[in-house]
Design a protein around this ligand. Sequence first.
Ligand SMILES: [Zn+2]
Ligand SMILES: [Zn+2]
Length: 241
Amino acid sequence: MTGKKGELLPRQAMQQLLDLLYPPRCAGCQRGGYVLCPSCLARIPPLTFICQRCSAPLSPGGICSSCQSAPLKLSGLRAVSAYQEPLRSYIHALKYDGNTRLAQPLGMLLAQAYHTLGIRADGIVPVPLHSERYRQRGYNHAALLARVCATRTTLPLFENMLIRHRATLSQVGLAHWERQQNVQGAFSCAPAYANGQLRGRAILLIDDVSTTSSTLEACAAPLFAAGAATVYALVLARPGS
Ligand SMILES: [Zn+2]
Ligand SMILES: [Zn+2]
């Protein structure tokens, strides 16, 4: 389900070859031998004082105003850290600069957060990219993160459970309601999973950043419709709203 036919080299062998030809440098401090060195990793602090539902920043121990007025359809949204430096640059490099090796340390942060935040799931599903954007970029950064997270947590990975029907506008600069409109109905559950296997299951969605949670909510809807009992989302970064 996750392997691709026709690959010249298995993904791992290819990565080892690339590491040999282009030894990694820390994306934070340029130190050789690391994709992200331990001291740069330690500069990504866990979130404190956040909404218990959606992880929006907050004064201690409560639920944010947007969760009070419009409760999340997601069972919960969890984040590794805030959307700030240096994490912001690492995410940008993974997503737009082709530094796909960063998926390894960043995916490990997701796996650590899965355990420390007490999330429970039966399977991991990355937020899909639209096929057009996938062709432009050559990879889905969320899928790369989800692979690492699934390996480290030993949870099954379902890369093709969600289908993205349309390329949505960039969410940047859109108001909350515009973002909801923009992504509503953009995703569906693949037919192979839509006939009962998800009944009672706990699904964990993975993405890099969640600003308003609209995309994650739009992903959760068809999974709930297919019978999922809970759909949590885990992201690297949650910007302040
Ligand atoms: Zn470093
Ligand atoms: Zn909230």
